[in-house]
Design a protein around this ligand. Structure first.
Ligand code: NAD
Length: 276
């Protein structure tokens, strides 16, 4: 049985714990939840077993529960990855990262990868709210261009730093509007809670600078839509994903939770894996 500690009890964290409780993740036992907001922990369903709750990282990190864990799954924020990533790897724990946007910082990613090699741990990034990272990874040496277009309802984009410096006001958008076109590196700075997928696609493919990102707002759309087009000497890949937004966080697609659960399931049951 693998012991799992969850960082972040938001829309993804809740789905992971609910799924474990329904016994959909064989060989996994959720032993701890850490969230900086102590009030959200009040609703953790303790019937799932002896789940230890923490709202202070140091207390969590130095606890017996943490020491006994096999894997930490982060579903909190880019900042959480930056704040705690190194410590987790240094403690020789495997780490599953949902806030892949944190890896838009190439130096930080390289540092974490070096630490992981040194400590014999793994950093796993679930496919998340997209599909086809396996294929993009397979063809990455043969790519001439890689583009991802994300279209969301304006309310799913609310609060993005982009709007601090833009004259576009979300309330004024009444038809499909292109908000941003540029590389993945700039996209994650301007839309940190919305383009984890762009960073994941970029890391699987040709890197942040060479991955073209387009972000659109559409008041008539009810899904989070991502379209990837990859072209090269291998041929062409087109992937379209139309995700239902999570009911508790419209910025997050429900598929991201399902992908996190599937990543954990395969981590805990390594004897058979389908897909690259
Ligand atoms: N890879 C993907 O495709 C993908 C898709 C969707 C969401 N995400 C990312 O996954 C993460 C979780 O998404 P969500 O919808 O569950 O978010 P959420 O906002 O619903 O919940 C996040 C929870 O984490 C906690 N948290 C945030 N920062 C923390 C920190 N520094 N320390 C401790 N707790 C912290 C918050 O208090 C909150 O309860 C986000 O970073 C999101 O951008 C990734």
């Amino acid at each position: 049985m693998k012991k799992v500690a969850v960082i972040g009890y938001g829309s993804i964290g809740r789905e992971i714990i609910a799924s474990a409780k329904r016994q959909e993740i064989p060989n996994a036992k959720i032993i701890a939840v850490f969230d900086k907001q102590s009030q959200v922990l009040n609703s953790v369903d303790k019937e799932n077993g002896d789940v230890h709750l923490f709202s202070d990282f140091d207390e969590f990190y130095h606890s017996q529960t943490y020491s006994s864990s096999d894997v930490i799954i982060e579903c909190a924020s880019k900042d959480a990855v930056r704040e705690f990533g190194k410590k987790i790897i240094e403690s020789k724990k495997d780490l599953i990262v949902l806030s892949v946007g944190a890896f838009s910082d190439k130096e930080y990613l390289a540092e974490l990868q070096d630490l992981s090699t040194l400590n014999g741990t793994r950093i796993l990034i679930p496919t998340g709210a997209i599909a086809g990272l396996d294929s993009i990874r397979s063809v990455r040496r043969y790519l001439d261009s890689l583009t991802i277009t994300t279209t969301k309802h304006p309310k799913s984009l609310a609060g993005a730093p982009f709007f601090k410096s833009s004259r576009i006001r979300l309330d004024d958008i009444n038809n499909e509007t292109v908000l941003f076109e540029g590389n993945a590196s700039t996209a994650i700075e301007l839309f940190p809670a919305n383009v984890n997928v762009a960073v994941a696609v970029a890391l699987a493919g040709v890197g942040l600078e060479k991955t073209h990102v387009k972000i659109m707002a559409d008041p008539l759309i009810s899904v989070n839509k991502h379209e990837i087009v990859a072209k090269g000497s291998f041929g062409e890949i087109r992937i379209v994903v139309q995700n239902i937004p999570s009911p508790t966080n419209p910025k997050t697609s429900y598929l991201a939770s399902l992908s996190a659960i599937e990543c954990l399931r395969s981590f805990c049951n390594e004897n058979f894996r389908i897909g690259t």
